[in-house]
Write a protein that binds this ligand. Structure first.
Ligand SMILES: Cc1cc2nc3c(=O)[nH]c(=O)nc-3n(C[C@H](O)[C@H](O)[C@H](O)COP(=O)(O)O)c2cc1C
Length: 169
């Protein structure tokens, strides 16, 4: 029977959601049944052989809804292989230091349920897609200087990680 995998995510402006969909597609291509859903819409983890959980990073933190999801489902998540991924600006440059910083963003969930793997990816910033009140930040020149707009995602890197994860389920 095909392995059933859940890809759960928390996203502000859509790039984490798109990355989660992409991972789901790659797992499907490997013959798995992949369900891709925002964490807030997940009622139960019953029947899943593995779970991948992704988040955006804002102001040095992953989404609180993702942290709550992992804490609330600690029991069920502890019984299956779990992988975490994040998309963020820190990973624009893949250096040991930046990997350490990005991995640190996952600490609120990795300290609750230890993952079999962490996917640390560069993200995307599109000021037009920021939800209110976050969009107000774009009125500040200092913010625009520190948070560059652009799509920095590296799909080859995400695909490689999805392949590695698929062998762990
Ligand atoms: C207001 C704001 C704050 C951000 N803060 C950080 C940060 O502290 N560290 C980081 O690495 N990336 C940061 N980012 C980059 C986001 O994590 C990245 O754009 C991500 O792809 C957004 O995901 P989403 O489109 O799913 O919301 C920030 C982006 C925005 C818009």
């Amino acid at each position: 029977m095909a392995k059933k995998i859940l890809i759960a995510y928390g996203s502000f402006s859509g790039s984490t959601a798109e990355t989660a969909e992409f991972i789901g597609k790659k797992l499907s291509e490997k013959g798995m049944q992949a369900d891709v859903k925002p964490v807030k819409k997940i009622k139960s983890l019953e029947g899943y052989d593995g779970v991948i959980i992704g988040s955006a990073v804002v102001m040095g933190k992953i989404k609180s809804s993702v942290v709550k999801f992992v804490s609330a489902n600690k029991g069920a998540l502890s019984k299956v292989p779990v992988g975490y991924f994040l998309v963020c600006l820190t990973m624009q440059k893949d250096t040991p230091e930046n990997r350490k910083t990005a991995s640190g963003y996952l600490q609120p969930v990795s300290s609750v349920v230890k993952p079999v793997s962490e996917g640390l990816f560069p993200g995307k910033v599109d000021f037009k897609k920021l939800p209110f009140p976050m969009s107000l930040l774009t009125l500040m020149p200092a913010f625009k200087k520190g948070v560059p707009e652009g799509d920095f995602r590296d799909w080859a890197k995400v695909e490689k990680w999805a392949g590695e994860m698929s062998s762990k389920f």
